[in-house]
Design a protein around this ligand. Sequence first.
Ligand SMILES: *Cc1c(COP(=O)(O)O)cnc(C)c1O
Length: 494
Amino acid sequence: MSEELIFLKSRPGVKGVSLPESGLTDEAIKKLIPEEMLRRDLPLPEVSELDCVRHFIRLSQMNFSVDTHFYPLGSCTMKYNPKVNEEIARLPGFTDLHPYEDENNIQGMLELLYNMEKHLCAIFGYDAFTLQPAAGAHGELTALMMIKAYHRDRGDAKRNKVIIPDSAHGTNPASVSMVGYQAVVVGSNGRGNLDIKALKTVVGDDTAGLMLTNPNTLGLFDEHILEAAEIIHKAGGLLYYDGANANANLGICRPADLGFDVAHFNLHKTFSTPHGGGGPGSGPVGVNKKLEPFLPIPRIVKDGSDFRFSPACRQAGISDFPRSIGKVHSFYGNVNVIVKAYAYIRSLGAKGLKQVSEKAVGNANYMMNRLKEHYWLPYDRTCQHEFVISAKWQKEKYGVKALDIAKRLIDYGFHPPTIYFPLIVEEALMIEPTESESKETIDAFCDAMITIAKECETNPDIVRSAPHDTPVRRLDEAKAAREPDLNYFGKSAF
Ligand SMILES: *Cc1c(COP(=O)(O)O)cnc(C)c1O
């Protein structure tokens, strides 16, 4: 369908609403609303209700979604999340609460949040949590602010460097510079682990900490994590765990037990909200005893059998937590996302959460082993919840890139995997099946990947010119993100 047919539906005089006459004269309206606030023209499309419904439903059907397609977007954990969690979070008892409501009237909500912190402590091994941060990157910032406060509090303010592996997510170095620290990059070795020799050469009395993702962005568990933790701690630094992708860890491995002093976790990946769902998100941060005094305020405290927010005004000296870094979010974070995650954790229980990770890891390894004859696998070892293969062979032999393969998958009815990340693998294709897919779906995806590898040999043009059946083909993605043109009749209209 042409773009015009999709968007140009407006016809003068057509209405989608029928409201009763207000009965007010122009004079009366002017008295009610100041002249300068009245709009004469409201350039909206003139369409009937039916036109409008069909337009938006049709647009929604052009989209890929977890509810319609397999969505193996590595690092984003686009799993299917049970609808019951959405329904629970939508209960009016939660959604109708006002954040300024008196604490005595929201005891249920406070209890839920308090319990959520305790559940996260149990799952990841920490002593305390804050639920305030609104995203993964926000959690990183919160954690680094606490690390900085910790060193300052000890009179050790010269520490200004944070060590990061070259496989790190881009938000890590960005968060480091946001708190005024300097990022020091350390390479990975041939097995995809942090290079311990290189680590030793950069650690010193200016090391504030190490930021690590484990499993890392290659989907690999760092085999020398305990050694790395010892090196950093001996030098007086702290360990930060980027737990954005916790889907491999549940019930199996707790980052606090590996030596990580502080960590953030994306509820909007692992816990019942998809990443990239357009928000909102939630990136709670867990800490051990060393960092607990620096947690954001207000904190939720239990007072006898009641729950309350701790006094939150640090400046006025009335906080129970005088060394806190202060507030990092209005009110208490994105509570709706937290309710969904709470429902997810409570309904699965300890056993169910462990099964999530076991199945996610099993699925990824099964796929990796089916695909490794057909695509270059740079690190051939057991993976965690995701793995990274490469279109290097296809590029060298047939001039077909990772981007082309990703686009060709759309023709076969699959959302493409993450591509060109992590940066240390050329022509990277990062695949995360998640636990929620059946063997049939996973096999169908692998079959499509293998067919595409064969097409690269026999008919590379069909791959290079994909996708073939979509309403739009190859877009300028950078331009679409930086200069979005969301007006239905084009920017020039305003
Ligand atoms: C997704 C992700 C982040 C960032 O999370 P946001 O909520 O998008 O800010 C950080 N680190 C890793 C490893 C991630 O996968």
